[in-house]
Structure formats: structure tokens, C-alpha cells
Design a binder for this molecule. Structure first.
Ligand code: UD1
Length: 408
């Protein structure tokens, strides 16, 4: 396990370029298993999660090559096997193997899927979608004699279940209708990829219609990572510096930029560049994380240290009501808070150095942000949880003046 050693209290200044979106890349990489021939995916970030996804594809017989940020996946020799439990347990995106493996091989296994353990993360909707398209469940094994189009009505807009439904419907015989779907930008990126491989997909506000096809040779260009962009903008706020993030998907950041403006910041946007300077008159601010296009749940742990460093505020999360365990780690940095059902009050606090263990990916980034603000040396153990989602974080932050090291 690695650790971050950070000497904080330095104002960060300069430009940080944003890598490809983790949450857009992972569904497309795993969906490529259901696509015949070679798929070419550009803009794939080199982070822990994508490396595990590529390892899973290789285990299933795909030939995977990477050149820079472009990944080529050839599935001509793909063959079913039960994937490595160890790899599956490392990333949440391994749930997409349910759809991809059923689509490609007619068989999949329900395993102990990994990812951040900030909440109970059910998969009943993924299984419901598979059954709706003709899969059977026999204990841990799922199988089908061939997926066929069907009707799927989700009771909540699950990103993961929508992605699995799309992957399966795109290879099924006939037409499927998916209602109550999640409309996060990474769902739309997956749709573009499946269309490039031959699926026919149309979208209205209420439903997605998919006509399945024999998929082959998909292409995708992964967009900039909204959460990474938001995290580096938060680093500017935390250190009283001035940062410009480049390659930012500005449209996706709308709710976050509104939040920064409510805090008292004046983000300046030009094309894919967003700049942010010191906040002079901070304001008490409330935010509610909810499905897209509302404020994203993945950026709610990133908001907490900013609220503490400024005038305080209140966070509510309607997607993951108990996603507030990270506040225990932030307490070591002097961040005072009070949790309540589905939210927390964050009090203005003096941020001090601390030695903590990163609780999970975004909670760990909240610790990094706190350490950047605290005068003195902080140590954050379990840095790997953060490296799962932030490409070259050490290099990127050092280049704008941070004193941060990743130590084995
Ligand atoms: C969610 C986020 C996603 C984020 C990810 C990691 C939303 C809508 N989704 O995606 O943007 O990247 O967390 O932080 O913001 N649910 C069920 N049964 C299921 C699946 C989900 O009841 O089978 C419920 C969950 O308990 C949760 C909600 O649906 O309350 C949304 O979950 P879902 O979108 O599936 O989570 P992720 O795909 O992991």
C-alpha cells in the first residue's frame, strides 16, 4: 500500500490538464467485450481502475494493447471463464461484466463486486434488467439461450443498471425499451460507443429505445473527467491559489460551477478551460447531490473541506444517503461536522495537518485537499484508493506548486 506525504499551506498556481473520465471509460472498456473485431478507445486514463478493467478483459481472452491513451481491444479469441475474484473485487465497474458477458457468451457470474464501500450498493436492478432481456439466474450463475429485446422500467435511475441494460439490449435480438434510466454523461458516452459498433439507439426524455445488432469494431473518444476537474478547482479554493483546469467538460460541471459561485468564487470559463482564484468573501452554502444534471454525488466529499475552510454549509446526498463516513477522516484535519440522516452540517474550521487512512476514492481526495490546505506535514495512508481514479496526481499537483509525494 502506498501513502501520500503532503506538506501543505502553499498556494497552488498554474494549469492542470484533466485526463479522460474514469466513469466514461470503464463502461466502454467492459462493453467492448460484447463487440466483435477490434474496438479503439482513445482518451483512456491510466489509473488503477482502468488497469484492472483491462486485466479482466485479458482474463476473458481479449487481446488488449495500449499506446499512450489509446486502447485497442480485439475480442476474436474471447472465451467465457469465471473472472478472477480478486480483480472483480477491486472495482465497481466489474458489475458491467454481467451485461457484457451475458451479451457475448450467454453466461455471467454474480460475484463480490468491488468499488468504494461508502454504502450498501445493491445490484437487484442489474439482475432485473438481465432477466427482462431473457437471462435466468441459477444461484450465482446467470445464463441465457440468447438475449432478446424487452421492456425495462427502473424504479430509481441507477447508472450501473442503465449501463448493463444498454450493453445487453445492444446485442439482443429485437427492440428493448428502457425507462427510468440514468442520464449521466457517461451513460450517453456508452450509447455513442454502442451506436458506433452497430446498435440502433434513440433517446427521449422518458425512454431509451435500443435495437440490438451483431456489434463490431466500436470507436470512442473519452471526454475529460468532470470529477477530476472539480477536484483540482477545489485545490485552488483550499490553498487560496489560482488554477486553470484544461480539458474540462464544462457542460457537465454546470451544477458544480453554480456551487462554487454560491461559495463566493468567480469561475471564469473559456472553451474547455476553467480558471478559479482565491475566494475573498465566502458565504455559507448548501448543496444537494442528486442524479444528473444536479450536483454529482462524487463531488460531495470534495465540497466538505471547502465548506470547512470557508464559511461552512450543509450537504445532503439523495443518491447515497450515508456517504458521509469520510467526515471521520476529515475530523483529524480539524474539520468539524455533524452528520444527520442523508446529510451533514459542516462548520467553519481551522484545518491542521493529520495522519489518516484514506476511506475511499473521493473521501481520500477530500483528505488530500485538506492536507494541501494545512500548514505542516500530513500523511494519508491507503493512497491507492485515490490513485484508482486520479491519473498522475502527484506530477500534476507538483507542477502547480504542491509539495506532495507518493511513497511506497
Ligand atoms: C453512482 C452515481 C454515479 C457515481 C457512482 C460512484 C448517480 C445517479 N449515480 O453510480 O454518478 O459515479 O455512484 O459514486 O449519481 N440502486 C438500487 N439497486 C441497484 C442499483 C442501484 O437500489 O441495483 C440504487 C442505489 O442504492 C443508489 C441509486 O440506485 O441509491 C443509484 O445507484 P447507481 O446509480 O446504480 O450507482 P452507481 O452506478 O454506482
Amino acid at each position: 500500500m502506498k501513502k501520500f506525504v503532503i506538506r501543505g499551506g502553499r498556494a497552488l498556481r498554474g494549469e492542470v490538464s484533466v485526463s479522460g473520465s474514469k466513469n466514461a471509460a470503464l463502461p466502454i472498456l467492459l462493453a467492448a467485450l460484447s463487440v466483435f473485431g477490434t474496438s479503439v478507445i482513445s482518451g483512456v486514463p491510466k489509473i488503477g481502475d482502468t488497469e484492472v478493467a483491462l486485466e479482466l478483459l485479458r482474463d476473458l481472452g481479449a487481446t488488449v494493447t495500449r499506446q499512450g491513451d489509446t486502447v485497442r481491444i480485439n475480442t476474436d479469441s474471447a472465451a467465457f471463464c469465471v473472472p478472477s475474484c480478486e480483480a472483480v473485487a477491486k472495482i465497481r465497474a466489474s458489475t458491467y461484466l454481467i451485461g457484457a458477458s451475458l451479451a457475448r457468451f450467454g453466461e455471467a457470474h454474480i460475484l463480490k463486486f468491488g468499488g468504494c464501500g461508502f454504502c450498501e450498493r445493491p445490484i437487484d436492478l442489474h439482475i432485473y434488467a438481465a432477466k427482462a432481456l431473457g437471462a435466468r439466474v441459477e444461484g450465482e450463475r446467470m445464463c441465457t439461450d440468447g438475449l432478446r429485446g424487452g421492456e425495462i422500467n427502473f424504479r430509481v435511475p441507477s447508472v450501473g443498471a442503465t449501463i448493463n441494460a444498454l450493453i445487453m439490449a445492444a446485442s439482443a435480438v429485437g427492440e428493448s425499451v428502457i425507462r427510468g434510466y440514468a442520464r449521466e454523461p457517461h451513460v450517453l458516452s456508452l450509447i455513442d460507443f454502442l451506436v458506433s459498433a452497430g446498435a440502433k439507439i434513440s433517446l427521449t426524455e422518458h425512454e431509451i429505445r435500443v435495437t440490438g445488432s451483431h456489434l463490431s469494431s466500436g470507436v470512442a473518444q473519452i471526454r475529460g473527467d468532470m470529477i477530476e476537474a472539480g477536484s483540482y478547482l477545489a485545490a485552488a479554493v483550499m490553498t487560496g491559489g489560482e488554477l486553470t483546469v484544461t480539458g474540462a467538460p464544462r457542460g457537465e460541471l454546470s451544477a458544480y460551477l453554480d456551487f462554487l459561485a454560491a461559495l463566493g468564487a468567480a469561475p471564469a470559463c473559456r472553451g474547455d478551460r476553467v480558471s478559479l482564484g482565491r475566494i475573498k468573501s465566502p458565504r455559507y452554502t448548501t448543496l444537494t447531490a442528486a442524479p444528473y444534471p444536479a450536483y454529482p454525488t462524487d463531488l460531495q466529499p470534495i465540497a466538505a473541506p471547502m465548506l470547512a475552510a470557508l464559511a461552512g454549509g450543509k450537504i445532503t446526498d439523495t443518491v447515497w444517503e450515508s456517504r458521509f463516513g469520510y467526515l471521520d477522516a476529515l475530523e483529524s484535519f480539524g474539520i468539524r461536522s455533524h452528520k444527520f440522516h442523508s446529510g451533514a452540517e459542516i462548520y467553519p474550521s481551522k484545518i491542521i495537518p493529520a495522519t489518516v487512512t484514506s476511506p475511499d476514492l473521493r473521501g481520500g481526495m477530500a483528505c488530500v485537499l485538506s492536507a494541501l490546505a494545512a500548514d505542516g506535514e500530513s500523511v494519508i495512508y491507503a493512497a491507492d484508493t485515490v490513485l484508482r481514479g486520479y491519473e498522475s496526481i502527484e506530477e500534476k499537483l507538483r507542477a502547480v506548486g504542491a509539495d506532495i509525494r507518493v511513497v511506497d
